[in-house]
Design a protein around this ligand. Structure first.
Ligand code: ZN
Length: 247
């Protein structure tokens, strides 16, 4: 399983950065997880739009799904459009982004698979388990298994024992860490710090922790240090272009 980070910036795309976007490949199948703001230009530096085989969206915040619109445009506004793109999301999560263009314009560009969190999914070679994790809108964390390898991605989440369950024994936990150490009071139920993510990584006994969704202003070195105080394994920061081969 090969993971390529298209972007890992929380909230909005700061100068030179893209928001959440993760390309996960196995056996030639390309799954795009969270096409957030500014991720499509990074994607198109690597592959063509028609080479995406499926999209999974954790939740409907635009920093996780806004670039679904340019991805669908790039597939459909051509003479020989590819087959409709399978798109997986929680019910209603993509209503806003799918309504950006005039009705019907993108209708043939995708097939929407709305799932209920907890239902097992099969997406190409990936088996997926999902859990509803606490955020300000419904958010599905996902555990992807292919071959012998496991990748867990939180989407955006406040504290929940379900994160640990979803990440149990994973090769990599890709964890939202909007803040380094302290989460502001008004966000405590819905977002996490690098320190909290690292505690969960330790409890779940994952092999590697990759921090993502650091919002502009959150210092990467401080986030890494806070995580390192809680978790002995390897800690990385998700930045555009980083590729991790989970072998
Ligand atoms: Zn969010």
């Amino acid at each position: 399983m090969l993971l390529t980070i298209l972007g890992g910036c929380g909230a909005w795309p700061a100068a030179g950065r893209a928001c959440s976007g993760y390309l996960v490949e196995h056996d030639g199948f390309r799954l795009l997880v969270d096409p957030g703001y500014a991720t499509v230009p990074r994607l198109l530096e690597r592959i063509t739009a028609d080479q995406v085989d499926a999209v999974f969206v954790s939740h409907g915040h635009p920093d996780h799904c806004a670039d679904l619109n340019p991805l669908l445009r790039a597939r459909t506004l051509r003479d020989d459009p590819p087959a409709p793109l399978p798109v997986y999301s929680l019910p209603g999560a993509l209503d806003a982004v799918l309504a950006l263009d005039r009705p019907g314009m993108l209708a043939d560009a995708y097939v929407l698979h709305e799932f209920v969190a907890g239902d097992p999914l099969v997406i190409g070679p990936f088996r997926a388990q999902t859990r509803l994790l606490p955020h300000s809108v419904p958010n599905a964390g996902i555990r992807l298994t292919a071959g012998e390898r496991v990748l867990t991605y939180t989407g955006d989440t406040g504290p929940s024992p379900d994160v640990v369950d979803l990440a149990r024994g994973a090769d990599l936990l890709l964890a939202e860490a909007t803040f380094a150490d302290q989460v502001p009071l008004d966000s405590r139920r819905h977002l996490s710090s690098a320190r909290q993510a690292a505690r969960r990584a330790k409890q779940a006994e994952v092999r590697h922790l990759l921090l993502t969704h650091l919002q502009p202003g959150t210092d990467a070195a401080a986030a890494r240090a806070a995580a390192g105080a809680e978790y002995d394994g390897e800690v990385g920061i998700a930045t555009s272009g980083l590729t991790i081969d989970l072998h």
